[in-house]
Design a protein around this ligand. Structure first.
Ligand SMILES: [Zn+2]
Length: 60
């Protein structure tokens, strides 16, 4: 009998623990304060619908 085990890779428990925190950024279009969670890279402005990026990747 050949008893094969599934290949489990042992990870340190702390690597799974990531708690996102809210940040407030200002919409460059209308100036509204938008809540952006730290695990998100972009969000839509609640006021004008403008797509706001966390990093200032301004596309010219
Ligand atoms: Zn806006």
């Amino acid at each position: 009998m050949n008893d094969k085990k599934p290949a489990f890779s042992e990870k340190p428990a702390c690597s799974e623990t990531y708690i996102p925190i809210p940040e407030y950024i200002t919409c460059p279009k209308c100036g509204e304060d938008i809540e952006l969670w730290s695990d998100e890279e972009e969000t839509l402005c609640i006021a004008c619908g403008y797509k706001v990026f966390k990093r200032e990747n301004t596309v010219h």
